[in-house]
Design a protein around this ligand. Sequence first.
Ligand SMILES: [Fe+2]
Length: 126
Amino acid sequence: MAKRMGIYKCEHCGNIVEVLVEGVAPLECCGAPMTLMEEKTADHTTEKHVPFVEKTEDGYRVRVGENAAHPMLEEHYIQWIELIVGNSVLRQELNPGDAPEASFCCGHHEDVVAREYCNVHGHWTS
Ligand SMILES: [Fe+2]
């Protein structure tokens, strides 16, 4: 069964999908099961993959990471940053050469979670 909001990757062709609604069947691509990219986390002060969330005047800024910016090279970069606020999922897609950060003008909320995806090191959450 697919996991809602789960990020799945095809190890054969590189397709990556995010599940909006859980179905009963496992996700498949290229004739094989897709891999659930588990959300990793660690100490945000030392691990540069952990999204660091700061309040701004009108929302939030998410940096990857807090004390050392993640590389944004063609072969190793942050593909997207998500901010989950209540029932909303906000996503900023990034390209090599961009800053590893995103700003979201969404007001302030009680529960805010950030996630990011590194093309080499996978899926990370705050
Ligand atoms: Fe990385």
